[in-house]
Design a protein around this ligand. Structure first.
Ligand SMILES: C[S@@+](CC[C@H](N)C(=O)[O-])C[C@H]1O[C@@H](n2cnc3c(N)ncnc32)[C@H](O)[C@@H]1O
Length: 533
């Protein structure tokens, strides 16, 4: 269903089509059978408000909460159009923050419709526990959800039909849903008496729970938190490769934001924060493989923390949301978050401290320094603070940038000079690799200056090769020199964006590069005429 959420306006139409109208009928049935006039209803993850508005029609006073402002906007509009806006309140609120916003016993009915499957199992348990507190005595919990059937054959049929949608959703949104497993047990553990489960095909299920007398709930422990482990396997190597080729092109490989554990963390274990780019998370886990701790993965839209912080995608708010949803306070005895130093440019630590009460500490630049940093009592050495750009990182960025530019160059060359397509793409790779190797030694501090040096070097090398071995005709030699210079200038300006030690990056360098590229274009047009080629 994640795919449908991309377009709130078409969401309900898509859902109707996908479930062949079953979802609509279920919603109607839920409102008619389980909601009475005067009931106080909470619809968690209300989306476009379809269920909330049906409950309001029954005469209930409804509160709909959702974490997506786009979905809520659509819900607001529908409430106004249907003349029900005085009976429904829509709030932007995370499902895992309900207990902080509402008093215990505030609702007679809580509806969870297709929202539990958006949460991992630990969060499902935490949400159900919050619902138990918020429902009044004798109140009802009504769940409409995708549930994994228990019989083997039914499970096989369900898995096959689901596979296609998982692939589509992963491709378009980089995320997936988590259908419920053994929902009755989950509900019983959370303090609900359940009625028998009713399946409506494709795993769609209606589940009813009645608040049971509150049972003391065991404190959550580290083992309830999903674990991340470092292992080098063919799958992890494939993911490394995928991260390399999709670093600039979306969809980026993402990790689901949330709280994870590394090893067996105790109550004094460190809490590390990072973004949800798959490669970053795996590198942090690898660096921490001999230690234990919690890793709080905040949403950075699948981009590495440095770029995401610079681009406004990884902010104090991303960290605040992650902390509030994490349930960390029950797991550790301290209130310290360790953030990567490289995101400090875009993340306001004081804002996080004011909003959460957690102290922000800026950790080392490189994940590999984390064990030493922690062993020193969260203190950095000068080298842990310094931003370096070593050869391996430079070569990695050369490949990433080449992979991003190569298809564009291939298309352009194919249109203007088809025969030179392959040599041009190979030359681009060579230029990126040479730039990666020689970057610290290329003259100048600016990418365009370094690009000029690279262009001069390419011209000298091509002319020498032509003189000694290739014996290219003058016009061809000239064309190659112009083409390589244009590429070299671009590569120099572009590569600056990969160097975290320099300000500005491509945004600053490209305008400086453009006049030089235009001069090369003019030379390409004028010189052959002057020379009579
Ligand atoms: C599949 S839609 C279901 C919408 C609606 N309940 C329905 O039955 O059609 C899931 C909704 O849950 C919301 N959601 C996902 N995670 C959430 C969270 N942690 N807190 C609040 N809402 C969340 C999404 O924004 C989305 O609107």
């Amino acid at each position: 269903m994640k795919v449908l959420e991309l377009r709130p306006r078409d969401y309900d139409r898509g859902l109707r089509w996908l479930t062949a109208g079953r979802m609509e009928r279920l919603r109607l049935r839920l409102a008619e059978e389980w909601v009475e006039s005067g009931d106080r209803v909470l619809d968690v993850g209300c989306g476009t408000g379809a269920q909330a508005l049906l409950c309001a029609r029954q005469g209930a006073r409804v509160t709909g909460v959702d974490s997506s402002s786009a979905m809520l906007e659509e819900a607001h509009v529908r409430a106004i159009v249907q003349g029900l806006s005085d009976k429904v309140d829509f709030l932007r609120l995370d499902a895992l923050e309900l207990a902080e916003h509402f008093q215990p016993g505030s609702f007679d009915v809580i509806v969870l419709s297709l929202v539990l499957s958006e949460l991992d199992e630990r969060s499902q348990k935490r949400l159900l526990a919050a619902c138990q507190t918020l429902i009044s005595n004798g109140g009802r919990l009504v769940i409409l959800e995708e549930v994994v059937p228990e019989g083997r054959l039914a499970r096989l049929g369900y898995t096959v039909q689901r596979w296609f949608w998982v692939a589509v959703s992963a491709f378009l949104t980089g995320s997936t849903t988590y259908p419920m497993r053994r929902p009755q047990r989950l509900l019983a553990d959370a303090g609900f008496r359940t009625l028998p489960l009713v399946f409506y095909g494709d795993g769609l299920c209606m589940l009813l729970g009645q608040k049971a007398p509150l049972q003391p709930r065991a404190e959550e422990s580290a083992s309830d938190v999903p674990e991340l482990r470092h292992r080098t396997t063919p799958r992890s190597l494939l993911r490394d490769l995928a991260c390399l080729v999709t670093r600039i092109w979306p969809p980026y490989l993402k990790v689901r934001p949330g709280l994870y554990r590394i090893g067996r963390p105790g109550r004094s274990a460190p809490v590390l924060v990072t973004g949800n780019f798959d490669l970053t998370v795996r590198r942090v886990v690898k660096a921490m493989r001999s230690m234990s701790g919690y890793l709080l993965v905040a949403d950075s839209r699948g981009i590495n923390v440095w770029c995401a912080a610079g681009g406004g995608h990884f902010t104090a708010q991303s960290v605040i949301t992650a902390v509030k949803r994490s349930g960390l306070e029950a797991l550790v005895a301290h209130r310290r978050l360790i953030l990567p130093q490289l995101c400090a440019t875009g993340v306001d630590g004081r804002k996080i401290e004011d909003a959460t009460g957690w102290r922000v500490m800026w950790g080392p630049v490189r994940a590999t320094d984390l064990p030493a940093y922690l062993a020193r009592g969260n203190r950095k050495t000068e080298s842990m603070r310094g931003v370096a750009f070593p050869l391996l990182d430079r070569l990695e960025m050369s490949l990433v940038m080449w992979w991003f530019m190569a298809p564009l160059l291939a298309v352009i060359m194919f249109i203007v000079w088809a025969n030179a397509t392959v040599p041009a793409v190979v030359s681009l790779l060579a230029l990126f690799l040479v730039t990666g190797v020689l970057w610290p030694w290329l003259p100048g501090h600016q990418g365009t200056t370094k690009g000029l040096a690279l262009a001069a070097g390419s011209v000298v090398l091509t002319a020498t090769l032509s003189l000694l071995a290739l014996h290219l005709p003058s016009e061809q030699l000239f064309n190659w020199c112009i083409g390589l210079s244009a590429l070299a200038l671009f590569v120099g300006a572009d590569f600056q964006g990969a160097d975290a030690r320099r300000r500005g990056g491509e945004v600053e360098q490209f305008p400086k590069m453009v006049p030089m590229e235009l001069a090369l274009g003019a030379a390409y047009l004028v010189v052959p005429r002057l020379m009579g080629w």
